[in-house]
Design a binder for this molecule. Structure first.
Ligand code: FAD
Length: 297
């Protein structure tokens, strides 16, 4: 199924992101996680590509295929292009097609330390145009409500997003953020640049302090005062910190849903327990909203 259709059918599209284990021998770990996630019936599950190290790249196609065929949940396979040749990219695209995958999140990927500046693909929009030519896949792109770490200026960033849309992306998924105001300001700006494809908000529940430090160093997301206070208060109480992290994510999502966002993409970090607690809360709220709308109509 082409996941772009979900945005016409659903009030709010709710999806999960998982990542392959670093070693192929540990693939069972992700299948155990999926066993638990499947009952939550997300609208789709995305599978990262090489985010935890290049060894895991081979598993993206296999896991996406299991998500779709075994669990009957639509899959979105991530694919990065920097430092890859067209032949390498086509090989992966052929594998994805043969495995029945219909949706790809087309990314540049982070610049590797050994990168010599010469690549057949320099930016995500190059990959989007390349995939579009084949006419085989629905294409999704990434966006950054607080700006990408390499951003020169925000005007350029929005022009680049418009280019992703014009090259064939049918929806965007955002980088994680902890302050919804950044996302709302970002949405206002996308209107100014005529970006009108659906945009899903990326939310990551933070459940331990090590994770927070890593995330901030990797993507530069700013931490609001309220968030820092909570994290400091429960620094030495892991259970309380986990519960506070879950509560914070739920509060963020409720606010986003109330503000009419197109969708929410939950970075599950392969933690089925956390995903379950958040989803159960969100689904009951979504049910209430849907019932209220039925009564009003
Ligand atoms: P681009 O859109 O190409 O942007 C990269 C930088 O180049 C930006 O600073 C942009 O302003 C600039 N730029 C883009 N086009 C041009 C142009 N034409 N001219 C000049 N400058 C330009 N990484 C992984 O390795 N694996 C994953 O599975 C993965 N999944 C992700 C999922 C989401 C939802 C997000 C938000 C990120 C993900 N990433 C993943 C991280 C991503 O690969 C990095 O953030 C990467 O640095 C940028 O990728 P991009 O596709 O956004 O690149």
């Amino acid at each position: 199924m082409n996941i772009k259709n979900l945005f016409n059918e659903k009030e709010v599209v709710f999806s999960f992101e998982i990542f392959p284990p670093k070693q192929e021998s540990k693939i069972d770990i992700i299948y155990n996680t999926l066993e638990e996630l499947k009952d939550l019936k997300p609208d789709f599950i995305s599978v990262t590509y090489g985010a935890g190290g290049s060894l895991s790249k081979n598993m993206t196609c296999e896991i996406s295929s299991v998500v779709k065929k075994k669990y009957g949940i639509e899959a979105l396979a991530h694919l990065t292009c920097i430092n890859s040749t067209k032949t390498q990219v086509d090989y992966i695209l052929n594998n994805l097609k043969e495995s029945g995958i219909e949706n790809i999140l087309a990314l540049r990927g982070d610049i590797p330390s050994n990168y010599d500046g010469i690549s057949e693909f320099n930016y995500a929009s190059d990959l989007i145009s390349h995939i579009k030519k084949r006419n085989d896949f629905n294409i999704v792109g990434a966006c950054y409500p607080e700006g990408h770490l390499n951003t020169v200026d925000l005007d350029t960033e929005f022009k680049i997003l418009k280019k992703k849309q014009d090259s064939g992306a049918t929806h965007l998924i955002s980088q994680l953020f902890f302050d919804n105001e950044y996302f709302y300001n970002f949405l206002d700006k996308t209107n100014e640049y005529n970006i009108d494809i659906p945009i899903q908000a990326g939310i990551m529940p933070v459940i331990n302090t090590k994770q927070i430090k890593r995330i901030v160093s990797l993507c530069g997301a700013k931490l609001p005062k309220k968030f820092i206070k909570i994290m400091n208060k429960y620094e030495y109480n892991p259970e309380a910190l986990r519960d506070a992290g879950i509560a914070y994510a739920i509060e963020q999502i409720i606010d986003l849903i109330s503000s009419g966002v197109d969708g929410v993409h939950l970075y599950t970090m392969n933690n089925a327990y956390v995903a379950k607690r958040i989803s159960t809360n969100i689904f009951s709220i979504l049910d209430t909203i849907n019932n209220c709308e039925k009564v009003i109509n």
